[in-house]
Design a protein around this ligand. Sequence first.
Ligand SMILES: C[S@@+](CC[C@H](N)C(=O)[O-])C[C@H]1O[C@@H](n2cnc3c(N)ncnc32)[C@H](O)[C@@H]1O
Length: 443
Amino acid sequence: MKLNETYKVKIESFDINGYGVTHIDSKIVFVIGGVVGEEDIIEIINIHKKYAFAKLIKIITPSEMRVEPKCPYYEFCGGCDMMHIPYDEEAKIKEFRVSQTLRGLEYNMLPIIKADDIYGYRNKVMVPFCKDIDDDILYGFYEKDSHKIVSIDNCLISDDLTNKIINYICKFLNIFHISIYDELSHKGLFKEVMVRHTKLNEYMVVLVTTDNYDFSNLVDYLTKEFNEIKSIYLNINSKKTNVVLSNEYKLLYGNETIVEDILGLKFNVSPSSFMQVNNSQCEKLYSEAIRLANLNKDMNVIDAYCGMGSITLNIAKNVNKVYGIEIVDSAINNANKNKELNNVNNAEFILGPCEEKIKELANLTNIDVIFFDPPRKGCDIEFLNTVISMKIPKIIYISCNIATCARDIKILEENGYKLETVRPTDLFPRTLHVETVCLLTKK
Ligand SMILES: C[S@@+](CC[C@H](N)C(=O)[O-])C[C@H]1O[C@@H](n2cnc3c(N)ncnc32)[C@H](O)[C@@H]1O
């Protein structure tokens, strides 16, 4: 096999990333965009010792499984990965991704919880802006593994109103010749727009710039055009960084927060709050996590990495006491307000890193169940060691990154825990990402 050479191959299966799998000279080749059962001409783009990567050049005999992507930008945009196959196949690939990553462990794998709506589900969208060669302002998403913006005007996994709001802002920027930030020269004003909304139909818009600017015109136009906008912020981020939002927020219009409903409880959502991006699937995820925990009114529970308390307050309905631990100050403020908003009096929120704060709880009371829902990098070893030393009977691990989850579960299995049940849940249809709930018990 040679780099940049083309080959005619048959795609044998899918791998855990949804790539087509074939073999050339007994070496495994992952074909980006390849679909099981079809004959393709592929070009080798990358060769490693045991495997290679290829891109699809031409489909000779299409597979019955291949579908026409609904999105015209799919080929270029880095946002979605699965639009060329049916949703049922996507769901199978996600189950395979989870089971393969957890291989070597024995447990009961429950079927993936599929989404009812595979388009229009995202409740938070961030889009960068740039100028094209004609000096027109445009926006879009980044190409895969690149900082090149693919210009779009309608994203199918965002909702209609979000698309309209972003379109409107883009027109305003063009008409008023607002200066656009250029990453290379680090000059210019306007960087990105974030739009988030809730199922109660409240919208929040965040304009991200490098400096303060009077956007009162835009705010007037936007709020007259879109009644659903309840809050507009300016976020000033002058740093040359990949982190889009700074801590400097200025409220330009309306309420500080918008309100979300999760399983019948109300949550104030601020621009920096973490909230799952797919509300209806989030409700299924939380319900499944709570079901697997088999909670009762005598139990004391910890919800580590609790964000604005959306799982914590739903756990509170079922237990004696629940402690939420979270490192972000504003999230804990939200969580405390959300606790009042819902008249919950058996939840306590603790500000600080889980690694430290869990030690205080270890000496305080007996804990029956611990939930953890860490960021993509997974749990810190110091945190896991304390959980192990506390001999907590049950762990519910919710993860958006099955690789780090598997790493942490292996540590827990080596230290007296048994992985019992795994339930993948699809919060991100049409993309590769999958959320997973795992139940572990103390042996
Ligand atoms: C994946 S989110 C989960 C939030 C919440 N459970 C939910 O479902 O909305 C992870 C949360 O962990 C918080 N976090 C990250 N590192 C942390 C740490 N070392 N200690 C406590 N919280 C942390 C983040 O700020 C974020 O709110």
